[in-house]
Design a protein around this ligand. Structure first.
Ligand SMILES: *[C@@H]1O[C@H](CO)[C@@H](O)[C@H](O)[C@H]1NC(C)=O
Length: 186
């Protein structure tokens, strides 16, 4: 109860009209100091990362249930975001440099500590846990993480490793953004 109250206080939905160079203007999410921006124009992971850098940010760092839940709720509550382009949104998590070691780009090597974010699904009788480094469509495996819609009718948006050259929507994060209302509460 106490936690829920804190979460709802922190994650105030903000609907800034920030000009976007491309694509529609979609509602942002603000956690009191960092601003999360959502994009539905499809890009591969590297292009998405570069676009976030151009905007003065990084691909989103999602390393807690609190941040993950706030982003999932935001996506599910907003019609334009609900159905991700390419079936998911790229964020900063990847193991491109070091197989099996998941870090967040643009964070000086912050490693994943929130492992509950990974998707776990039932396929027939089997439970498939992500990341599975699927090599079916690319022998190099999967090194970039998305928030995966997974189920069209009941979108999930849990973590899934995917092929970095797939083209998807993406989430940028502007750390300590001036557009984040009450400023830096951290
Ligand atoms: C993913 O698959 C690639 C290609 O088989 C392999 O080189 C790599 O070590 C695998 N990564 C992990 C974490 O198992």
């Amino acid at each position: 109860m106490k936690l829920n109250f804190r979460v709802s206080l922190l994650f105030v939905l903000s609907v800034f009209s920030i000009a976007r160079e491309s694509g529609a203007v979609l509602p942002d999410l603000c956690d009191g100091h960092n601003l999360f921006m959502f994009f539905k124009d499809r890009k591969d992971w590297v292009s998405a990362r570069d676009d976030c850098i151009l905007r003065g940010g990084r691909l989103a760092l999602i390393n807690s249930a609190e941040t993950h839940d706030a982003i999932k709720t935001h996506i599910r509550n907003i019609d334009e975001l609900w159905n991700a382009a390419g079936g998911g949104y790229w964020f900063g998590l990847n193991d491109r440099d070091n197989e099996g070691t998941y870090v967040f780009e643009g964070s000086a090597g912050v490693e994943l500590t929130y492992h509950d974010g990974w998707c776990s699904e039932k396929v027939g009788r089997r439970i498939v846990n992500q990341p599975n480094n699927n090599t079916a469509k690319n022998p190099d495996g999967q090194d970039c993480a998305q928030l995966w819609r997974n189920n069209k009718k009941k979108p999930k948006y849990d973590f899934d490793d995917a092929y970095c050259d797939n083209r998807k929507g993406y989430i940028c994060e502007i750390v300590n953004s001036q557009d984040c209302g009450s400023g830096n509460l951290g």
